[in-house]
Design a protein around this ligand. Structure first.
Ligand SMILES: *Cc1c(COP(=O)(O)O)cnc(C)c1O
Length: 339
């Protein structure tokens, strides 16, 4: 099928992958900012561009400090490890922390009720949003926070996608951050930055986290090239996220019009198409979905295969209106073939 792919696809900066928003690539402007960044040895605290980003993000969250780490996974592990002192270690399976992390909030969101039902008082419990989460309401965050404060349980928010949630809801990062002790913010998702995430919290805690980051092998040398990309993204790409959210709505509405069915409502840049034809009005099932995925591949558009009854389509700033039209045209073509 390679012959059918538009020759424009060879352009490295045209990026019509909708499997995840982690696939975003650095644009020429971002690369320019990276190569011209001032760098130093961050283990000695001497990389001005790393420090600039940490200060900027701490300020955006109204917290006193932030720590740039290799990934959100690493931020979460460091956060847990820095919170759990030796005498509190539970006999868990997790390699670095020995903390148990039972997933709660099965319906894809996390509410106070889920936390309350799973509280084990007298032990350290860590609350993390499930990764399938679409959008967590600020009211839920506040209620969970009040519950945790009552029991003196520290709260860490896996806010990898909080940039997107903040744009979608109109609530600032501070509005969310004020309810949690610590949070993790990713910038590799949807914003084109290579490598890394930030852990944000109190200066005292971040100092402790810095020690564990080094112990995990995560100390940086000259990481300013990476953080320069994030400074660029916060200034130039974050403010444009609403465009992706609008395109996600347009894609979802277009597909629903054609008889596809949504597995979840569209709140940000993610569209879940269900293969369940049992939904009212839905006429497109698993086979048609697979057909669409395969057909789009020939047009240079990469979607994930259906997983657990749905396809997750993730938009990002390199997905254009044109891409959405190609998807809808393809779905129309296929659907008309079946009609
Ligand atoms: C993507 C994601 C992660 C993992 O991020 P990495 O940087 O790839 O480790 C963790 N939590 C949430 C909520 C995510 O969306």
């Amino acid at each position: 099928m390679a012959g059918m792919v538009d020759t424009d696809m060879q352009d490295a900066f045209r990026n019509w992958h909708l499997r995840s928003d982690t696939v975003t690539k650095s644009t020429p402007e971002m690369l320019t900012r990276m190569v011209s960044s001032a760098v130093g040895d961050d283990v000695y605290g001497e990389d001005p561009t790393v420090t600039e980003l940490e200060n900027k993000v701490a300020h955006l969250c109204n917290k006193s400090a932030a720590l740039f780490c290799a990934s959100s996974t690493m931020c979460n592990q460091i956060a847990i490890r820095a919170h759990i002192s030796q005498q509190y270690e539970c006999r868990g399976a997790s390699l670095h922390t020995q903390a148990m992390m039972p997933p709660i909030g099965a319906h894809g969101n996390l509410a106070k009720k889920d936390v309350e039902e799973n509280l084990i008082l007298g032990h350290f419990l860590y609350h993390m949003a499930p990764t399938r989460l679409v959008l967590m309401s600020l009211d839920d965050v506040r209620e969970i926070s009040e519950l945790c404060k009552l029991h003196k349980i520290p709260i860490h928010m896996d806010g990898a996608r909080l940039w997107s949630a903040s744009i979608a809801t109109g609530h600032s990062l501070v509005a969310y951050a004020q309810h949690v002790d610590l949070l993790n913010l990713c910038l590799s998702k949807g914003m084109g930055c290579p490598v890394g995430a930030l852990l944000v919290g109190s200066a005292e805690f971040i100092e402790r986290a810095r020690h564990f980051r080094k112990a995990f092998g995560g100390g940086w040398r000259e990481a300013g090239v990476l953080t320069a990309a994030r400074l660029f993204a916060i200034e130039n790409i974050w403010p444009t996220m609403e465009y992706s959210h609008n395109l996600a709505q347009r894609l979802a509405l277009g597909l629903v019009d054609l008889g596809f069915s949504l597995a979840l409502s569209v709140e940000t840049n993610i569209v879940f198409i269900s293969e369940d034809t049992g939904n009212e009005g839905a006429v497109v099932g698993k086979q048609e979905l697979m057909k669409l995925v395969n057909y789009l591949k020939t047009k240079g558009i990469i979607l994930e295969s259906p997983y657990q009854g749905s396809i997750r389509i993730v938009l990002h700033y390199q997905i254009t209106e044109e891409c959405i039209e190609v998807i809808l045209d393809a779905a129309r073509e296929l659907y008309n073939e079946h009609a």
